[in-house]
Write a protein that binds this ligand. Sequence first.
Ligand SMILES: CC(C)(COP(=O)(O)OP(=O)(O)OC[C@H]1O[C@@H](n2cnc3c(N)ncnc32)[C@H](O)[C@@H]1OP(=O)(O)O)[C@@H](O)C(=O)NCCC(=O)NCCS
Length: 188
Amino acid sequence: MRTGTLIKTLDAKDGRNVILRTPKWEDLDDLIEFINSIIEEGADLGTYQKVTREQEAEWLGQQLAETEKGNRFVVLAEVHGKVVANASIVKYAGYLAHVGELSIAIKNGFRDIGVGTEMLKTLISRAENMGLKMLTLTVFSTNNRAKHVYEKVEFRETGCIPNGLYKNGKFIDHIIMVKEITRAPKSI
Ligand SMILES: CC(C)(COP(=O)(O)OP(=O)(O)OC[C@H]1O[C@@H](n2cnc3c(N)ncnc32)[C@H](O)[C@@H]1OP(=O)(O)O)[C@@H](O)C(=O)NCCC(=O)NCCS
């Protein structure tokens, strides 16, 4: 898919207009601000180190290149010309080539207005085009909002790594969730 391609527009629950689209090079500064604001807030993500411009440029370049090859699909949400959310599917390789890893983050101030649910639905509808049979994700057991939203789009909890995360001096269970895109036929 070309970069910066419009996927859809929607009216969020608070009335703000939201554009869902693929990323483009010009998003670099917005993306740095976006990811560093989420890290600064201490959100339940796998990373806690702020990124430099150089690191984010390398990351964005990789996203664009892998998207071009069909191994990745990235959707951004834009409100009033600013990037406020990022979600993606990364396709695995080899014996895992039918599996995609999903991730999503929305900037503080833009949550609970329906954007996450819409972005997840967008990713799920793309998964089949990418030849994927299932999507997986991991989530902090304490992240009740994220778990609720994932369940709403029919991810189910399939596993738990007890104490798989360590944050602010506490161990937290790491939950694994799965959504089948097309069910494999049962063997006879
Ligand atoms: C988790 C996240 C992606 C969800 O996206 P979002 O846009 O906020 O979600 P939506 O507005 O579509 O839906 C929020 C739902 O969660 C519910 N909710 C909010 N707080 C909740 C809580 N503490 N426990 C359970 N449900 C909660 C809302 O009521 C709403 O449910 P409904 O649609 O059934 O009414 C987003 O909040 C986010 O990025 N958070 C910070 C980073 C993060 O946690 N990323 C996920 C890492 S695995």
